[in-house]
Design a protein around this ligand. Structure first.
Ligand code: NAD
Length: 319
């Protein structure tokens, strides 16, 4: 096939998808993040084809008149644009390549967007598998947390074929205020892993500084105010402070419920660790953060928000 034939084919592919812009969109993984993201697609008028391994997660979508199906393959049979929002690399491989995975029934020309945070090397492998089926895969992990997912203000970091970015943006723009093209497939995940490694380090640093200040006799609200007008200020100190009573509407104000789980942070730091090993990059603080979050998971913090590292430090009197 020469370039003219290829262009005509690709133009037809993109065109038929975007012309049918309010045709059903598949959504797989309706958890803390997927639930509000899918609702924002509904608000923008997209009918949904829904699947989650945990049937209760689908109930409110079914009650709202959306179509719930019984496997990722069934989603792929009914929708030619699919978003996956799953916890881990293994879950994503299962949803794509499992016995009833997307790849079993994916239609030619489909656009498959994975917004889970997973290993960039696996994103690249999945992209190859998807391409063999005549479809397109993009990685589009998010930053912003549950609050931003609810308000439609997520940041999407998108990796994949640049020609398909506009088609992805049409959907991602309904759920996020920043949709950034990062480069070839896997680069969205790379950006996300770097961000979360920095977030973990800054959260632990904020928790340590707040704990030290409190033990030195400072009022936590006053200390947070001073940090936030000084050079120590960061997102963990001014938007998501880990100390109960300093801010309203954050997990630390609600016994560290909701938000971004410690297990997921430990997972993302594991991905950073693997990527650092394969690229021979020194990540001294990132590795230490990984160990701290792994220890927290082992000590009963796995279901709490990752800002509970403050509580973990408070309880380690012998440090
Ligand atoms: P979650 O555990 O709340 O939800 C995941 C959902 O996927 C669950 O409903 C689960 O039943 C479902 N699921 C698991 N395996 C499945 C499979 N094989 N097929 C279909 N459904 C399956 O997780 P979350 O907090 O929504 O996070 C999802 C992804 O987004 C993760 O990769 C996480 O790292 C990333 N992320 C989360 C946040 C946050 O603040 N929670 C922020 C940014 C990015």
């Amino acid at each position: 096939m020469n370039w003219v034939q290829r262009s005509v084919r690709d133009f037809g592919k993109v065109c038929s998808r975007s012309m049918a812009s309010k045709t059903p969109v598949g959504f797989i993984g309706l958890g803390n993040m997927g639930n509000p993201m899918a609702k924002n697609l509904m608000k923008h008028g997209y009918p949904l084809i829904i699947y989650d391994v945990f049937p209760d997660a689908c109930k409110e979508f079914q009650d709202a008149g959306e179509q719930v199906v019984s496997s990722p393959a069934d989603v792929a049979e009914k929708a030619d644009r699919i978003i996956t929002m799953l916890p881990t690399t293994i879950n994503t491989i299962e949803a794509y390549s499992g016995a009833n995975g997307i790849l079993k029934k994916v239609k030619k020309g489909s656009l498959l967007i994975d917004s889970s945070t997973i290993d960039p090397a696996v994103s690249k492998e999945l992209a190859k598998e998807v391409e063999k089926m005549g479809a397109v895969f993009m990685d589009a992990p998010v930053s912003g947390g549950v609050g931003a997912a609810r308000s439609g203000n997520l940041t999407f970091m998108v990796g994949g074929v640049e020609d398909e970015f506009a088609a992805a943006q049409e959907l991602l723009g309904c759920m996020g205020s920043n949709v950034v093209y990062c480069g070839p497939v896997g680069t969205g995940q790379a950006a996300k892993i770097c961000n979360n490694m920095l977030l973990a380090v800054s959260m632990i640093g904020t928790a340590e500084a707040m704990n030290l200040g409190i033990r030195l006799g400072l009022d936590p609200k006053l200390l947070a105010k001073i940090l936030n007008m000084s050079s120590g200020r960061c997102w963990s100190s001014d938007t998501y402070n880990p100390v109960p009573g300093v801010m309203d509407g954050v997990p630390s104000a609600n016994n560290y419920q909701g938000g971004f789980g410690t297990t997921l942070m430990a997972k993302d730091l594991g991905l950073a660790q693997d990527s650092a090993t394969s690229t021979k990059s020194p990540i001294l603080l990132g590795s230490l953060a990984h160990q701290i979050y792994r220890m927290m998971c082992a000590k009963g913090y796995s279901k709490k928000d990752f800002s509970s590292v403050f509580q973990f430090l408070r309880e380690e009197e012998t440090f």
